[in-house]
Design a protein around this ligand. Sequence first.
Ligand code: SF4
Length: 295
Amino acid sequence: MAPAAKARMNQTAAKARKSPPAAKARKSPPAAKARIDQTAAKPRTDRPAAGKRKRAAKPRSAALLTPVHVIDRLAAEAPLTPRRPHGDPIVELVLTLLSQNTSDHNSGRAFQRLIDTFPTWDAAIAAPLQAVEDAIRIGGLAKTKAPRLQALLRSLRDRLGDNWDPAPLSAMSIPEAKDWLTSLPGIGPKTAACVLLFSLGRPALPVDTHVHRVSQRLGLIGPKVNPVAAHDALEAQMPPPHYYDYHVAVIRHGRRVCKAQRPRCDACVLADGCPSAFTFADLATPSPTQKRAPR
Ligand code: SF4
């Protein structure tokens, strides 16, 4: 491994070791730090008991607020975390793979154990599958993620060379970089956008479940637009410098207010401009100031 790449991993590991145990997983991995801080991660407590799920309401009309209005209102409610690209797309790819179907907290711990166990990516590739599985077990689905992780790392080394130099990715146009990333094993458009935005600070808008759901409720994307198609659909509606703020603001809003099963429209600063406001069962009656008004 080239000195620069090795230094990046060692730096990450060194930072991790200095962190107090309780805060280790959140503070140490650079990409985890950026993503967890930026989206103000909270435990999901809004999942209803089995058998109590309600149908999601469909937007009743087209969007009343533009994405920039949405950002302005959500940022006025609470400041957004500033963008701090961490500069390591390989770390972002590994973290995103580990974060599938688990919490940010657990995926951060799995990442920490991975880099504690294998000081270089080459070592993680060369290790027996069982050893990788053991290292990431705390993040869940280790049997599935371990082979994917090794396949991803092998593919990256094949493309970037033994020095793991990600510079070619930074030099590509955005469409080229998205194609390059989504042709890696197990990498879809959301992960590709996360890598570009969070590691390289380049304009791309990751659409996760919260961004997709809230954008649909706001009428910014239609009810039949799937998360993959939503990437292009949302990016086309705002200037690229707003992608980061939209992503961060809407994820936070989706976690805290516009929850999947019980959106808190009565506490929502977007309610007067949301075509889906108060269309869900069992919600409080809107106060006069919260009723929608044409904008
Ligand atoms: S008004 Fe309700 S449905 Fe619309 S964004 Fe706010 S919480 Fe979500």
